[in-house]
Design a protein around this ligand. Structure first.
Ligand SMILES: NC(=O)c1ccc[n+]([C@@H]2O[C@H](COP(=O)([O-])OP(=O)(O)OC[C@H]3O[C@@H](n4cnc5c(N)ncnc54)[C@H](OP(=O)(O)O)[C@@H]3O)[C@@H](O)[C@H]2O)c1
Length: 250
């Protein structure tokens, strides 16, 4: 039975990955901070799909939490989904430096360290995959959040390029707006985001799994966002930055 470790597996996109991979017959390692919620998620997956899940409570913003997840990955895993993440409200210049650093730790350091813990075993077995959840924001300029996600895309593409000729895949997943707990947790007012821009977490995960099977290095689910990213690359960066800063202020 193949195994998968998912960070941020209790809510939103991570929970959708857990459902999809359980349905596909993976045994799971579920990572997040809230142990009670992790245990409830594992139980619900057991009842619905008959899979056993390990629960690994860890705060990826701490070295101690990262070390425990690294140790689990070194025991061997077939698929790593680096998904845990969060946002801050308002202008990033108003966010405290410790909070910004916490974001870089979860979005960048955790992705780097967990990927590097998983890859040696995958390379040895010559199979396996890493999905790093970035964002469409990676292609726009919107402060530390988009900068951290741009790092995730660049890092994933670079790592995938290094692995050409092997059967180990690395892919960045770049969703647009997805209905999850993300915006509420970050106290971001999502009411101004037009309804047609919202995606479902299950659809995002299904398209990302198709893209992984196709060997893509970057997955941008849904035609709407493929167009937005394509147009974003054509307009001058200064204009794209002004538009995204305006959206980001809400
Ligand atoms: N929703 C969107 O519109 C959207 C769009 C593009 C990209 N994304 C990206 O998608 C990923 C998942 O977001 P989501 O929308 O599914 O968010 P979500 O519904 O808020 O879920 C976040 C998950 O991450 C876990 N988590 C947060 N901080 C953590 C930490 N320090 N250590 C360990 N686990 C942590 C949370 O559990 P605990 O609180 O128990 O730790 C939860 O399971 C993020 O990387 C986000 O940046 C989201």
């Amino acid at each position: 039975m193949p195994s998968a470790l998912i960070t941020g597996a209790t809510a939103g996109i991570g929970a959708a990955f857990a459902r999809r991979l359980a349905a596909d017959g993976f045994s799971l390692v579920l990572v997040a901070r809230d142990e009670e919620r992790l245990t409830a998620a594992a139980e619900s997956l057991r009842l619905r799909y008959g899979v056993e899940s390990e629960v690994l409570a860890a705060d990826l913003a701490t070295d101690e939490g990262l070390e425990r997840v690294e140790a689990r990955l070194r025991q061997g895993i077939d698929l790593l989904v680096n998904n845990a993440g969060f946002g801050h409200p308002g202008s990033f210049l108003d966010v405290s430096v410790p909070d910004e650093l916490r974001m870089l730790k979860v979005h960048c350091e955790a992705v780097l360290r967990l990927t590097m813990a998983a890859l040696p075993g995958m390379r040895k077995r010559n199979r396996g995959a890493v999905i790093n959840v970035a964002s469409v924001a990676a292609f726009f300029n919107r402060g530390t959040y988009s900068a951290s996600k741009a790092w995730v895309v660049n890092y994933s593409e670079s790592t995938a390029a290094e692995l050409v000729g092997t059967r180990v895949r690395v892919m960045a997943l770049c969703p647009g707006f997805v209905r999850t707990e993300f915006h509420e947790r970050a106290s971001i007012d999502a009411s101004a985001i037009p309804g047609f821009l919202w995606l479902s977490a299950d659809d995002v995960v299904d398209e990302s799994m198709r893209d992984l099977a196709l060997g893509k290095r970057v997955s941008v689910p849904d035609l709407r966002y493929k167009v937005i990213v394509g147009v974003g690359r054509l307009v001058p960066r200064g204009l794209a930055a002004r538009v995204s800063q305006r959206l980001g202020r809400r």
